[in-house]
Design a protein around this ligand. Structure first.
Ligand SMILES: NC(=O)c1ccc[n+]([C@@H]2O[C@H](COP(=O)([O-])OP(=O)(O)OC[C@H]3O[C@@H](n4cnc5c(N)ncnc54)[C@H](OP(=O)(O)O)[C@@H]3O)[C@@H](O)[C@H]2O)c1
Length: 236
């Protein structure tokens, strides 16, 4: 199979849908993960009108059954996975700072991508150039929070700690995969005009997808085990 197979989580809207669009325009078959099959179908129908080969996948990243069935489907249909973009994420800190908020933030932002990626690792290794992109946030960058007063003001313990955990695991996984064809990097999209970013954000969705697309299509001499925004490295 010549075409790249790309799975993007949270691909029914926002940055995830745009990442799928940009990868699809480059000729990849894009598997659109969404919490419900109907949301995934709607997004796939939209991309198909743009001549993109888009396949809907029911994939709530917190649901072990969905993860298992997505892995089985990819194994049966394609026997490999070239690109995994762990884009699905949630911001719950407006609900308060109780343990439940922290736990639910971790469930979606860390345990979800962890479980999905480990289930798909053999398929990524079966690709000649597997690429994993973990959609993080600059709010998960400890180096930034401790040195930049603007970001330090963001009191969001659930979001920052769950994204920081995603970053730590990105580094860990890159070490584990260093003798393979699989590269893994973390990504900060920027402050983007989506339902999560809000209308006051500074970046359009097209631009917000660019860092993830860059990392998803890295050449064989590209980096692994880094944290990037717009091809520049960010501090962990
Ligand atoms: N926008 C920004 O400024 C910004 C900045 C830094 C980082 N990010 C990160 O970028 C990623 C995309 O955010 P966005 O701005 O595009 O937000 P968005 O428009 O709110 O989209 C979030 C996506 O994640 C999905 N999702 C949430 N929980 C899920 C789960 N358990 N399983 C599967 N999908 C799930 C949502 O599905 P539903 O439609 O079903 O809710 C939606 O498709 C997130 O990881 C976010 O943390 C965004």
């Amino acid at each position: 199979m010549d075409k790249k197979i790309a799975l993007i989580t949270g691909a029914n809207k926002g940055i995830g849908l745009e990442i799928a669009r940009q990868l699809g325009r480059q000729g990849a078959i894009v598997l659109l993960g969404a919490r419900s099959f109907s949301k995934a179908e709607q997004a796939a129908a939209q991309l198909k009108t743009e001549q993109i080969e888009a396949i809907p996948v029911e994939l709530d990243v917190t649901d072990a059954r969905h993860i298992r069935s997505a892995a089985e489907k990819i194994q049966e249909e394609y026997g490999k996975l070239d690109i995994l973009v762990n884009n699905a994420g949630t911001y719950l800190d407006h609900e308060g700072d109780g343990v439940d908020v922290i736990r639910r933030s971790f469930t979606t932002n860390f345990f979800g991508p962890y479980a999905l990626t480990t289930s798909l690792l053999d398929l990524l290794k079966a690709s000649p150039a597997g690429r994993i992109v973990n959609q993080s946030s600059i709010l998960g960058s400890m180096g930034t929070l401790m040195t930049d007063k603007f970001y330090a003001r963001a009191a969001a313990p659930g979001y920052t700690t769950s994204k920081a955990a995603l970053n730590a695991w990105t580094a860990q996984l890159s070490i584990q995969l260093q003798d393979t064809n699989v590269k893994v990097n973390a990504c900060h999209p920027g402050w983007v005009k989506t339902d999560m970013g809000g209308p006051g954000a500074v970046m359009e969705i097209e631009e917000g997808a660019e860092t993830a697309v860059y990392l998803a299509t890295l050449p064989s001499d590209g980096p692994t085990g880094g944290f990037f925004h717009k091809m520049e490295t960010l501090p962990w």
